[in-house]
Write a new protein. Structure first.
Length: 454
């Protein structure tokens, strides 16, 4: 057998052996971390989930594949737990299942939300993921007689009307006003004096194009193109939606910035093939390895803090348009026969009608100061004690801590809590903060992801 065919056969055997396990090492499939199916107790549901997961792996790209699959497996584990609790056969008899079991699962999620054990967003996302996974399993033909879902009744599945509306969906977008963006653009000369040229170019391209950090970091050397009318376009890959070769119109100034960076990259790596170069390369690997995403985040934060007045993320958020209040109604009524305990109020953002700071009691004297005041109170502060205990608080501009602040942000949207009491020389997220993030539905893998993007 040729060496290439033997290697391919060996790799295929390795993939099949990994699929048979209940805990996958995702490195075998080209991704990071592990994927654990052991929380799904019913053998038929566990096997069907593994079959669906391997098919879903094929169509996904990027660094967050494992995180996305973990979220779906966790949602199906919730369905498994509901069957185990409410059915006398613990959900092991697949032919005995039906619509009643789905309704019990939905009522359980509503009950957990009522008791503040999960958030409204977690409830909605769990329903969406279970609905999607079960539907895809049927489309994959897993309900055939010899497959894991053979004999599964047709009414065992979620309907569209079963899925609660996401509480984070807003009708209007939130963006910084043009005058604030103009101030940031005017401060670009300061950025160029505080960091390397390649990092400064990366941040300028993020501002000019509005693309995701991963899309800018993975730009090839020859990413500059022309449209039919000879105007400049940026050729990039939309990694999130698996749409390569997208063409974004750009200005002449942005095109000149890219041309200058192309020239600098060629001078840095003159012996490398241009078709294999990255536009924004790290200083090693012959220009083929992109910059790390955390380098851009750290450089961006240091630049903002160096601006006159020390601009921080919480201060920057004061200029965002306020979100309109939204009234949410429960989609699934609670069963009357079951008595539910009185939920304990968790620390939350101030009510729409409240204007006094819960920490120092300050209250704005004018309506003009009310919007930025409430924007400050919307930011969660985590105070880390000497014994690594956490205290959650809200602060206005009058009582915000002024020492070292660790910014914990989602790698997709940049939102997240602010942490005080950490070592000023380290940007590592403490274990107690990671535990807090996990309790609040964050994904704490290699990249931090908030509940909206996990």
């Amino acid at each position: 057998m040729p060496a290439g065919a033997l290697a391919a056969s060996t790799h295929e055997d390795e993939l099949e052996a990994e699929q048979a396990k209940d805990i996958w090492a995702m490195s075998v499939f080209g991704h990071r971390g592990r994927l654990d199916f052991t929380a799904i107790s019913q053998p038929w549901l566990r096997e069907a989930t593994k079959r669906w997961a391997i098919q879903d792996l094929i169509r996904r790209r990027g660094d967050g594949v494992t995180t996305v699959l973990r979220a779906h497996v966790a949602a199906l584990a919730g369905l498994s737990e509901s069957l185990r609790i409410h059915r006398s056969d613990h959900g092991l008899v697949i032919g005995a299942l039906g619509r009643h079991d789905i309704e019990m699962f939905l009522q359980r999620l509503a009950y957990l939300e009522h008791c503040d054990e999960i958030s409204a967003l977690s409830r909605s996302l769990s329903c969406r993921k279970v609905h999607h996974a079960l539907r895809q399993m049927r489309l994959l033909g897993l309900t055939r007689a010899d497959d894991p879902l053979g004999g599964l009744p047709d009414d065992f599945g979620l309907r569209r009307e079963d899925i609660p509306r996401r509480p984070d969906r807003q009708a209007s977008h939130r963006a910084l006003p043009p005058e604030i963006l103009a101030q940031l653009c005017d401060a670009l000369p300061l950025l160029r004096t505080r960091t390397s040229k390649v990092l400064a170019v990366a941040i300028e391209l993020l501002i000019d194009t509005g693309r995701r950090p991963s899309e800018i970091l993975n730009l090839p050397w020859d990413c500059l193109g022309h449209d039919h009318d000879d105007s400049y376009v940026l050729v990039y890959d939309d990694l999130k939606n698996n749409r390569p070769g997208r063409r974004l119109p750009i200005t002449h100034t942005t095109a000149e910035l890219i041309r200058a960076q192309q020239h600098a990259t060629r001078e840095q790596f003159p012996d490398s093939n241009p078709t294999e170069l990255i536009l924004l390369p790290a200083s090693d690997q012959n220009g083929r390895r992109a910059l790390a995403r955390h380098q851009i985040g750290r450089t961006h934060r240091d630049w903002l803090k160096a601006l006159p007045g020390g601009l921080t993320r919480s201060t920057l958020y004061r200029h965002l348009p306020s979100r309109p209040p939204q009234t949410l109604t429960a989609d699934i009524p609670q069963p009357e026969a079951r008595k539910t305990p009185t939920p304990v109020a968790a620390p939350s953002s101030p009510a729409a009608g409240s204007s006094s700071c819960p920490t120092c009691g300050h209250e704005p004297a004018t309506r003009r100061d009310l919007v930025p005041h409430r924007a400050d109170l919307a930011t969660i502060w985590l105070h880390l004690g000497d014994r690594n205990e956490l205290r959650e608080a809200r602060h206005c501009a009058h009582c915000q801590p002024h020492g070292h602040v660790l910014v914990v942000s989602c790698s997709r949207c940049g939102d997240g809590p602010l942490v005080t009491g950490t070592d000023s020389g380290s940007d590592d997220v403490p274990a107690s903060v990671r535990a807090w993030l996990t309790q609040h539905d964050w994904s704490v893998g290699s990249d931090l992801l908030c509940p909206n993007h996990s």
